[in-house]
Ligand binder design. Structure first.
Ligand SMILES: Nc1ncnc2c1ncn2[C@@H]1O[C@H](COP(=O)(O)OP(=O)(O)O)[C@@H](O)[C@H]1O
Ligand SMILES: [Mg+2]
Length: 233
């Protein structure tokens, strides 16, 4: 579904990602692992049109590189950003509507909102509250729901479990597995490598902006490099 070839992301003199290539098969959960600063967020931001990049980024054969972010959303790619980035002074309702606003209006926007409130009943309870008053876990649910409001075929998730309590982390991973069974392809960036590899079909490991390892979720979970660097024992 997604093909990346020779991707580079530069911020001035800093090369965050260099000559990166990988694919995300349709219907898969594909995981990107790597230490802080490895270039994971830069990669997701480049796919979303939010970071300056060179190279080929193709969705079902059509080039995304150079398109404005809202057009990339319209093509079916949604980003749930690192740090959740909900709008704290806006209501849950307004946060959701902003996610769908790019291409759903009126009845379609209302239908999608209902679908997300069914998926996340806690957001229905909090519907008129300011997003900044929600717990970390609730804000993460809101950030995912906001991304889903654009009805993506490919969902990019940047560290969705970061900073959440263990019980909530489990909910988040359950949610991700559930989205895949609904036909949404997922590219997941995670610090929690162990848990991520359990649900992943395929994974890639980035080091200083370059690919150093790839394999099935199971292969990576058993690889010595991963075990030493990311997993306890
Ligand atoms: N907006 C930016 N301006 C300058 N440098 C950046 C910017 N964003 C990220 N970087 C740098 O790019 C590298 C990769 O960062 P990032 O993609 O955020 O890594 P990760 O998500 O894997 O932690 C880091 O060295 C980081 O400091
Ligand atoms: Mg990051």
């Amino acid at each position: 579904m997604l093909e990346i070839e020779g991707l580079s992301v530069r911020y001035g003199a800093v090369e965050a990602v260099g000559n990166l290539g990988f694919t995300v098969p349709k219907g898969s959960i594909t995981v990107l692992l790597g230490a802080n600063g490895a270039g994971k967020s830069s990669t997701l931001n480049a796919i979303s049109g939010l970071a300056p990049s060179r190279g080929r980024i193709a969705l079902n054969g059509a080039e995304l590189g150079g398109l404005p972010p809202e057009e990339i959303v319209r093509r079916g790619v949604a980003l749930c950003p690192e740090g959740r980035r909900v709008f704290p002074s806006l209501s849950v309702a307004d946060n959701l509507h902003l996610g769908g606003a790019v291409h759903a209006k009126g009845e379609e926007l209302a239908r999608r909102t209902e679908a997300e409130l069914d998926r996340f009943p806690i957001l229905r309870e909090r519907y008129h509250q300011k997003a900044g008053l929600l717990s970390g876990g609730e804000q993460q649910m809101l950030a995912v729901a906001r991304a889903l409001m654009s009805a993506p075929r490919l969902l990019l998730l940047d560290e969705p479990s970061l900073g959440l309590a263990p019980k909530v982390v489990e909910q988040v991973f359950g949610l991700i597995s559930g989205l895949r069974t609904q036909g949404i392809t997922i590219l997941l960036v995670e610090q929690n490598a162990e848990r991520a590899l359990e649900i992943a079909d395929h994974g890639y490991v980035l080091q200083s902006g370059a690919l150093v390892l790839s394999g099935s979720g199971r292969e990576l979970a058993e690889s010595p490099l991963i075990r030493d660097a990311y997993l306890a024992g």
